[in-house]
Design a protein around this ligand. Structure first.
Ligand code: RVP
Length: 499
């Protein structure tokens, strides 16, 4: 009989990368890597599809830094699609489908719309789409809030006659010149018939210069991903996400080897309605699992069964593979097929990113390392004078019951109505992580750490890192030596919080 004890499973803390002779310096490395068959990231990081990690604020921040956010699915279809629209509208050369307001709306209604879409003003159009004017903060500066219910947009807007507009097809440079010449913030674009066809804003130009690495689609909009399940209203959800402009759909389950998940992937890949969308499947932790996803047609394989900081699958079910071995094994199927691999979960420090890449990943997905950021959902929590943010597993009791029976994260663990009963067997816990400030600062340290890894290993690019990287296995004594030891830490480093 075959040996039921497979080879030893190793994880991040079991290995280190060997330093090599190098003429590379950290500042000149290029961290561009493949997310899926068609999408590359300048920064090989994804934010996890978790309700304490990724909604639109996080997804916008991730894409600006050159990574990507995967919107969680513990939301109604409409809510999740709304987050997609927020990301797609946030920044681009031109917003081709701007939010608008009608002339008869009240200022209160306008205010609500602006709050909802997080914008500071809107073009005003009639039912036929003709541009009537624009209304922004400036127009309302001297209108007291108590009058907002009784005043209409038409009465307060800057009317069409006094408006600077640009013709459809205007170049970036000409648009920029018009904005500068007239000292305006928003330039409505109109077609030959006077209908609104787009909106260009100053903010977008500033941001393009501020975020040179941003992950963008062909139209210059930020790229975003969203999680879906594999049954029930999944098809409707995927359709709504596509409609909203999502770039990547992740069939998000705790067991990507399950038939239901594989069938959903193959259905999405075969439907022409999703032809422009990349489909990621997961999670798996073996070569066989990765191969099954590849055969179903995925554009990237996501690997990780049980490594997550909040995950209890390995103790509740006794199932999983230590993450470095899982990535290495799955890569044996992904590399020959040319399908990128995402290492999901279990990363604690920046050094783990390079370890994941050398083991066979192309990008990594992060939960706990990003849950403490300003941009993650949820408020700051104060405990003993220290600032924290809540972080919970999607398989925790809280996440699995947050929407009652309809909690989508239950089916991530195949425990929703699909199993015919109402049981909840949690596979995750609820906790908190230290507040860590802006995502930009956190990514700066993570990517900076990766630059250092590449320098030590002598790699200018991620493919070079994957080719040149070699591991040394370490013992518990080696791990102890790796961390600060025999000293009481008195000042926390921005990239090291202690254990
Ligand atoms: P970590 O970065 O170690 O915090 O792990 C995040 C990953 O853990 C997620 O991307 C997901 O794959 C997994 N996860 C999320 N919820 C749970 C759970 O409740 N078990 N696990």
């Amino acid at each position: 009989s075959p040996d039921i004890f497979a080879p030893t499973g190793l994880t991040y803390d079991d290995v280190l990368l060997l330093p090599r002779l190098t003429d590379v310096i950290p500042s000149e490395v290029d961290t561009t890597s493949r997310l899926t068959r068609r999408i590359c990231l300048a920064t090989p990081l994804l934010s996890a599809a978790m309700d304490t990690v990724t909604e639109s604020d996080m997804a916008i921040a991730m894409a600006r830094q050159g990574g990507i956010g995967i919107l969680h699915r513990n939301l109604s279809i409409e809510e999740q699609a709304q987050h997609v629209r927020r990301v797609k509208r946030s920044e681009s050369g031109m917003v081709s489908d701007p939010v608008t307001v009608g002339p008869d709306a009240t200022i209160s209604q306008l205010d609500e719309l602006c709050g909802h879409y997080k914008v500071s003003g809107l073009p005003v159009v009639d039912d036929a789409g003709n541009l009537l004017g624009i209304i922004t903060n400036r127009d309302l500066r001297f209108v007291p809030p108590e009058r907002w219910d009784n005043l209409t947009v038409r009465e307060c807007m800057t009317p069409r006659e006094r408006l600077i507009t640009g013709p459809a097809g205007i170049s970036r440079e000409d648009a920029k010149a018009l904005l500068a010449e007239h000292r305006i913030e928003k330039l409505p674009i109109i077609d030959a018939d006077g209908r609104l066809s787009g909106l260009i804003t100053v903010k977008d130009f500033v941001k393009t210069e501020q975020y040179p690495n941003a992950t963008k689609d062909e139209a210059g909009r930020l790229v975003v991903g969203a999680a879906v399940g594999y049954w029930g209203d999944t098809w409707e959800r995927a359709g709504a996400l596509a409609e909203a402009g999502v770039d990547v759909i992740v069939v998000d389950t705790a067991n990507g080897g399950a038939k239901l998940a594989l069938e959903m992937i193959s259905r999405l890949k075969h439907d022409p309605a999703f032809a422009d969308i990349e489909v990621i499947g997961g999670n798996v932790a073996t070569r066989e699992g990765a191969q099954a996803l590849i055969d179903a047609g995925v554009d990237a394989v996501k690997v990780g069964v049980g490594p997550g900081s909040i995950c209890t699958t390995r103790v509740v079910a006794g199932v999983g593979v230590p993450q470095v071995t899982a990535v290495y094994e799955a890569a044996r199927a992904c590399t020959p097929a040319g399908v990128p691999l995402i290492a999901d979960g279990g990363l604690q420090y920046s050094g783990d990113i390079a370890k994941a890449l050398v083991a066979g990943a192309d990008t990594v997905m992060l939960g706990s390392l990003l849950a403490g950021c300003t941009e993650s959902p949820g408020d700051l929590v104060f405990v003993n004078g220290k600032q924290w943010k809540r972080y919970r597993g999607m398989g925790s009791l809280g996440a699995m019951t947050s929407r009652g029976r309809k909690s989508y994260s239950k089916d991530r663990y195949f425990q929703a109505d699909v199993s015919g009963d109402d049981k909840i067997i949690p596979e995750g816990i609820e906790g908190q992580v230290p507040f860590s400030g802006s995502l930009a600062d956190v990514v700066y340290q993570l990517v900076g750490g990766l630059h250092q890894s590449m320098f030590y290993v002598g790699a200018r690019t991620i493919p070079e890192l994957k080719a040149n990287g070699q591991f040394v296995r370490i013992t518990a004594a080696g791990l102890k030596e790796s961390h600060p030891h025999d000293v009481k830490m008195t000042v926390e480093a921005p990239n090291y919080t202690g254990r």
